[in-house]
Design a protein around this ligand. Structure first.
Ligand code: 2AM
Length: 594
């Protein structure tokens, strides 16, 4: 009997679920099983009723929400009109990727599993709950879960047991083949395709926004480079409100692109078209034909820390004994702790790994590039301006990420480094972007006061909110801002001062390093307990926290609960309950990032 094909559907926010889905597909191909891998939103849901074997790999985002590329599926799946029993033909398996340091650990996978069963599907095995916090990484759960999954599949499709699987050390066929063109002058479409239609820009149709300015807002003597960046969005249908975020895909640095091409012996000017070897679509983001430079610069994530699957694949290309031995070790379950010390801890990039394995790298075939390297993922930034205050403009506040590990060369954040390098004085620069609804929502009511705690770049969404609110005549705005020093990183100072003068803003500052003892925003919250209590208890104020300092949100929350006890005469339990009630009703919201 011929087996029905395996479908692997994933919902991925940062690429890990996608990588895991692709790994499952590779394992299927080694077992000579027909397989298709798709993001959930690219799959026609109506077909689910006729599928017989589907693996779902789903991440859960920090807030317990499904990733962006499964949001439509999520809405579809929970429609009341879906008949119970409609998925009775389906054997399914759900693998969740989550992080147990967040309260809604693997919420999406658990809920999906339950719903599929409710609709009549049979579960091949219990839902897999991979955990980023596990000492040995999420593979500690994924590996045994997959072993058990394949065991079940083999029982289900007994004829598979007679098939000789492809050897582990043989490369699988690539997903695409590259067809190089002789005519190098051919138009590539590498340049931005300016969208003239008024469709709302999205990941597949970003709007090329012109860079207007890119200004450092911290003193040159300060350790951190923070940029205030402005884009012109004239001609787009982009609308946003305070709390929304802008998305963009960064590019690799030109010197990294050069080095990559050199290591692989590729001509950056070479132009090619991609042909899928199976039914996979050509990535919409890649123009056809495309230049090698464009592919490496804008698509292949060569600057990320590579995953285990990268080493697995590299090992199949190696013809150098020493290198291959090491690569096989890094791919094995036993080699994970060593791989962690070599790669994850020092944040070694895929490009640096290639340079460490020169013989293997020289053997790499261009056809495998899209299998080896994940696609550069979009990054999000809180929008720092309001359309009312800055019509046709969109501004962000970006801390340029740079840090040291044991590797000599400093580590750099891909997107912030790329953004910082863009210079509008060097000619017109366009950045493809789109906007997404954010999680922070501000009150519509004119008289509701808003208290915002945003140290560092956490102030970005609050600058947008304050500008928007002032334009709408909402002047009860209280901001707690923290930075290291009044003279070095107190950005937007003059703007705040003007608003204060006009009576539109109350500002409390915490300059952590301008005196011997650290002063943080939570200290200012405590000092102003009386005012905060009055605003919250008597004037129904909303309270917001944003920022990237790890302990900050918890410390600010504690300071607020203390204020409830001190000023409201509450017990610790009552303060906690009031805090939770505010969270539940949206009167207390936070947005944190790392
Ligand atoms: P620090 O770097 O001097 O420790 C913006 O980054 C501001 O947030 C800085 O003043 C920083 O202080 C401060 N910050 C760091 N950790 C914090 C925490 N746990 N709570 C509140 N603020 C913090």
């Amino acid at each position: 009997m011929s087996q029905p094909p395996l479908l692997v559907l994933y919902g991925s926010q940062t690429g890990t679920a996608q990588d895991t889905a692709q790994r499952i597909a590779r394992q299927a191909k080694r077992k000579r099983l027909q397989v298709q891998v798709l993001p959930l939103d690219n799959y026609n849901m109506a077909n689910l009723i006729s599928e017989s074997l589907v693996v779902f790999v789903c991440a859960t985002t920090g807030q317990g929400d499904p990733p962006d590329n499964m949001k439509n599926f999520w809405r579809f799946l929970f429609r009341k009109s879906l008949p119970v029993g409609s998925l009775s033909r389906l054997d399914c398996a759900v693998l969740g990727l989550g992080d147990s340091s967040y309260p809604k650990f693997n919420f999406v996978a658990k809920k999906l599993h339950k719903r599929l069963l409710q609709l009549g599907a049979s579960a091949l095995l219990p839902v897999g709950l991979a955990d980023d916090q596990h000492d040995l990484g999420s593979d500690a759960v994924i590996d045994p879960w997959l072993a058990s999954f394949w065991e079940k599949v083999l029982t289900l499709y007994s004829s598979l047991a007679d098939v000789t699987p492809l050897r582990e050390d043989e490369p699988l066929p690539p997903t695409y083949t590259f067809h190089f063109l002789d005519d190098v002058k051919e138009e590539t479409g590498d340049r931005l395709r300016i969208t003239t239609d008024q469709t709302v820009p999205s990941q597949s149709h970003p709007f090329p926004a012109r860079l207007v300015s890119n200004r450092r807002v911290t003193d040159p003597s300060h350790f951190q480079d923070v940029r205030h960046i402005e884009f012109d969005i004239t001609g787009s249908s982009i609308q946003f409100a305070a709390g929304d975020v802008v998305m963009m895909c960064p590019r690799n640095a030109p010197e990294d692109v050069e080095q990559f091409c050199q290591l692989l012996g590729l001509d950056p000017e070479g132009r090619f078209t991609l042909r899928p070897t199976d039914n996979t679509a050509v990535p919409a983001r890649l123009p056809q034909p495309c230049s090698v430079r464009h592919l490496v610069e804008s698509y292949l994530d060569i600057g990320a820390v590579p995953r285990r699957s990268f080493f697995e694949m590299l090992s199949t290309f190696s013809n150098n004994e020493l290198e291959q031995e090491k690569l096989v070790e890094f791919s094995s379950a036993a080699g994970q702790s060593e791989l962690h010390s070599y790669c994850n801890r020092p944040r070694r990039t895929a490009l640096e790994v290639l340079a460490d394995f020169p013989h293997t790298t020289a053997q790499l075939k261009v056809d495998y590039l899209l299998d080896l390297f994940p696609e550069i993922q979009p990054r999000s930034f809180s929008i720092a301006s309001s359309l009312q205050a800055h019509p046709h403009r969109l501004q962000i506040l970006v801390a340029v990420v740079r840090y040291k590990t044991k590797i000599h060369k400093p580590r750099r954040g891909l997107c912030s480094t790329w953004l910082a390098s863009l210079d509008p004085a060097q000619g017109e620069v366009y950045v493809p972007l789109w906007v997404k609804k954010g999680t922070l929502k501000f009150p519509k009511d004119r008289d509701t006061p808003v208290i915002m705690v945003g140290p560092g770049t956490g102030v970005a969404p609050f600058r947008s909110a304050i500008q928007e609110r002032i334009a709408e005549g909402k002047t009860a705005n209280v901001l707690f801002f923290g930075c290291r020093s009044e003279s070095r990183d107190f950005y937007f100072r003059s703007e705040w001062e003007e608003m204060m003068k006009a009576g539109h803003l109350t500002l409390f500052t915490a300059f952590s390093r301008d005196q011997e003892d650290k002063v943080y925003v939570q200290h200012r919250v405590k000092e102003n307990a009386e005012l905060l209590w009055d605003l919250i208890a008597n004037k129904s104020a909303c309270f917001y926290i944003a920022g990237n300092a790890k302990q900050m949100p918890a410390s600010v929350s504690d300071a607020l609960k203390e204020a409830f006890q001190q000023e409201g005469g509450m017990s610790a339990d009552e303060a906690e309950q009031m805090f939770e009630a505010m969270e539940r009703t949206g009167r207390l919201q936070s947005e944190t990032w790392s």
